[in-house]
Design a protein around this ligand. Structure first.
Ligand SMILES: [Zn+2]
Length: 372
């Protein structure tokens, strides 16, 4: 068939780099960069993507968010003659239903926003979206989070064992349905975060100041509460609305802008009081089932509050803490405590989980410091 020659612009769906590629119509559409075939799109997987004016923009059912723009009209005609489903509508085979659900959701959300305002709409919308939405966004923002906080998880074997043990005990004490990926990031920030789709990160900075397994477990249980209630998704819906989410998932967003916005939103924006209250309730309940109290978690957070200037980079920025939250934890603590969640040896191992990870990455952004 044709020799390489016609050029296109290729976005791999992961980074935002526009790559100049050559195209070849072989048994599949071959995408070639510097002489190497970097992708092969089966003809029957190729569909026309939205936008791009007079150029032909393509996606493949088998290539996720990747996009290919073809400006050579002659080669566009070649593609049209080989790709049977070019104009068959986006991904009809795999996700017509999903798109219908999305369209309805978007319409419903607009209606709800009109009737009740944004927070309520986000609350109503989040539960009816498929869980795959959370995990898809989770994958996108995960890289961004790791870039910001140092792309290194702590994995001292004994420490990791203790950490996993703690997490699995907590999960067993709940009725969580979202599969979890939990790790410790080697960052000096005093925080813990839950990303959409069940990624939970504990930061070394918070682990370093924790004085007992219950302090760590309480914070972890609280984050699990956010995962269980899909609060990160709510946060994104509140910040950007459903059209933003739609753009993130189906639109022309590869890497850059929207993902960065989403990540910053997840990190900087506080959860609503309602979400905090609910995550606390989840933590209190999970800890209680293990015979433990959530009070140490509150004490850990209060201890961090004491330090001036750390608010913007600490757990308090995204989980504002207040006295009444601590009071509630005290009120609902179990009368007779059960055994410790970790043995002293496991606790020591957990504290040392970052021992081989090198010095923790400091936060690049410097808000809160350098001011009198
Ligand atoms: Zn929280």
């Amino acid at each position: 068939m044709d020799k390489p020659g016609p050029v296109g612009v290729y976005l791999d769906g992961v980074t935002s780099t526009k790559r100049q590629v050559e195209l070849r119509a072989g048994l599949a559409l071959e995408i070639i960069e510097n002489g190497d075939v970097i992708a092969k799109w089966p003809w029957d997987s190729i569909r026309k993507a939205d936008g791009a004016g007079k150029d032909l923009r393509l996606l493949s059912d088998e290539a996720g968010l990747a996009r290919l723009t073809v400006s050579d009209p002659e080669f566009a005609r070649t593609i049209a003659s080989y790709a049977p489903k070019l104009f068959a509508g986006a991904r009809e085979r795999t996700s017509t239903l999903r798109i219908v659900v999305w369209s309805i959701a978007a319409a419903v959300s607009l209606l709800f926003v009109g009737l009740y305002g944004v927070p309520y709409a986000a609350d109503r919308l989040a539960p009816i979206l498929p869980l795959s939405v959370d995990s898809k966004i989770g994958v996108m923002v995960d890289n961004q989070v790791k870039t910001i906080f140092g792309n290194k998880t702590c994995d001292d074997p004994a420490g990791k064992q203790a950490y996993d043990h703690l997490v699995s005990r907590l999960v067993a004490a709940t009725d969580m349905k979202v599969p979890l990926q939990a790790a410790v990031l080697n960052s000096s920030v005093k925080n813990a975060i839950a990303l959409p789709g069940g990624r939970v990160y504990f930061f070394r900075g918070l682990l370093d100041v924790a004085k007992s397994p219950d302090e760590v477990a309480g914070v972890m249980a609280h984050e699990l509460g956010h995962v269980h209630h899909r609060d990160s998704l709510r946060k994104l819906l509140q910040a950007g609305g459903s059209s933003f989410l739609l753009g993130l998932l189906f639109g022309d967003v590869t890497g850059a802008g929207a993902v960065i916005f989403a990540t910053r939103t997840l990190l900087d924006r506080a959860y609503t009081r309602k979400a905090e209250h609910r995550a606390d309730g989840f933590a209190i309940e999970a800890m209680k089932r293990l015979g433990r109290s959530a009070v140490p978690m509150g004490e850990l957070l209060v201890r961090i509050t004491g330090k001036q200037g750390e608010k913007s980079s600490s757990i308090l920025a995204s989980h504002p803490f207040s006295e009444d939250r601590l009071e509630r934890m005290k009120r609902e603590a179990p009368q007779t405590p059960g055994p410790e969640l970790l043995t002293p040896a496991q606790w020591q191992a957990l504290k040392g989980i970052c021992r081989n990870a090198g010095p923790p990455k400091p936060l690049r952004r410097k808000e809160g410091s350098g001011k009198p």
